[in-house]
Design a protein around this ligand. Structure first.
Ligand SMILES: [Zn+2]
Length: 399
């Protein structure tokens, strides 16, 4: 096997450590050494330029399956209307159109420098795409309403660990759309298999109203769709406390959004060690609100980024999330943002041994970003704000 060395002016090996003028040595798809000198056996040296190398991006929440609805649904008429239109459009769109759009979006996602993601699929149309394009991460089959199949068990094949660390698991849609029995059942089985579990939580005002009163616009919406929620044990104090009561919060759970979570909710999440995935651009578009990101970071919760689908965000690029947050919250450090875009997502997905930083023994997945800066901190800051002069280069040893 031959060794290749990659060089750039700066290398952020992890969020806390940025090296200058060093080399990343890779052999057979694995990082074998990061050092200031070229190893003697090195066959090829590739100098990427004066910018910065960061670990490849991790998108911890997307729905490739909804890619056909990019720019198709207006945000102007409120969340309930948006959901209603989305469901109608999905029911009336040919599956081939959904698959083709998903594939195109998945390729675009890879081209942003992201080969590790969490895909949430309701129609099961993206499982093959996820495998064919060699994504690492977790493909989640999402379930909602009241149906937990009898004798629900996770197949042995779902637990197969591929060389890329690709897993198949289950997600619950959300506390206001899914029965507590289904959520608890899915969580119990995924936990038994050692797999992550994902769920949208505290995303909207409509969800909060329904969970805390058992009534309101969302109750009407469920009734229209013939979803019987009478036995769901509502009202509850909040979506988070509802999930806590169902034993859903632990290290293997990824709570997505938390736009409407209170500080008390966040403290519960911290206590249980659950992960938070933020999709700020989607929240801003759909709810005109952002989660309490500063409190989430202050509490030390493992927080990462997802984009949500192209139906509620313009791109699947995680650097668009970092740039958006850097602009809205300039006091949040570049170090924290890099963690959320890389290693924290790997931790949430349980694959941090192989992904998320540029360190010996990890998979050779990294991204060169062409920025102009004379010191390392400024280089990282510019990179996460997408201040590029040129194209990014993705070193992806599995493609
Ligand atoms: Zn989502």
């Amino acid at each position: 096997m031959s060794i290749t060395a990659y060089k750039a002016r700066f290398i952020a090996v992890n969020p806390k450590k940025i090296l200058k003028n060093e080399y990343i040595h890779i052999e057979a798809g694995t990082i074998i050494e990061v050092s200031p000198r070229i190893l003697p056996q090195t066959e090829r040296v590739i100098n990427l330029g004066d910018g910065i190398i960061i670990s490849a991006l991790i998108n911890t929440h997307t729905h490739l399956e909804l890619s056909a609805f990019k720019n198709q649904i207006s945000y102007k008429y409120g969340f309930k209307k948006w959901v209603k239109t989305l469901l109608e459009k999905r029911e009336n769109t040919d599956k081939k159109i959904l698959i083709d759009a998903a594939k195109k979006a998945a390729i675009e996602l890879l081209n942003t420098g992201c080969a590790v993601c969490a895909e949430i699929s309701t129609l099961k149309l993206t499982k093959q795409i996820f495998a064919e394009l060699n994504f690492a991460g977790v493909w989640f089959e999402e379930k909602l309403k009241n149906d937990l199949p009898d004798n629900f068990k996770i197949n042995k094949t779902d637990r197969i660990k591929t060389r890329q660390n690709r897993y198949y698991s289950y997600a619950g849609h959300a506390p206001h759309t899914t029965s507590p029995f289904l959520l608890a059942g899915l969580k119990k089985e995924t936990k038994k298999a050692g797999l992550p579990f994902s769920i949208h939580t505290a995303e909207s005002a409509e969800e909060t109203e329904f969970i805390t009163t058992g009534k309101g616009e969302w109750a009407e919406f469920l009734a229209e769709r013939n979803v019987d929620y009478k036995g769901w044990g509502l009202p509850a104090k909040s979506s988070v406390s509802h999930l806590e009561n169902l034993n859903i919060l632990d290290r293997l759970t990824i709570l997505v959004h938390l736009t409407f979570a209170s500080e008390e909710d966040l403290r519960i999440i911290k206590k249980r060690g659950a992960n938070i995935c933020l999709c700020p651009r989607s929240n801003y578009n759909l709810h005109d609100k952002l989660p309490s990101i500063e409190t989430i970071l202050k509490l030390g919760i493992n927080a990462c980024f997802g984009t949500d689908s192209l139906a509620s965000a313009d791109t699947l690029d995680i650097l668009d999330e970092t740039a958006f947050i850097a602009k809205k919250f300039p006091e949040i450090s570049a170090e924290k943002l890099l963690g959320m875009a890389t290693i924290n997502g790997a931790k949430a997905l349980g694959i941090e041994e192989s992904y998320g930083t540029i360190e010996k023994g990890k998979k050779a997945f990294f991204l060169y970003l062409p920025v102009k800066a004379s010191d390392k901190k400024a280089a990282l800051k510019a990179a996460l704000r997408k201040q590029f002069n040129g194209k990014r280069v993705f070193i992806d040893s599995f493609q």
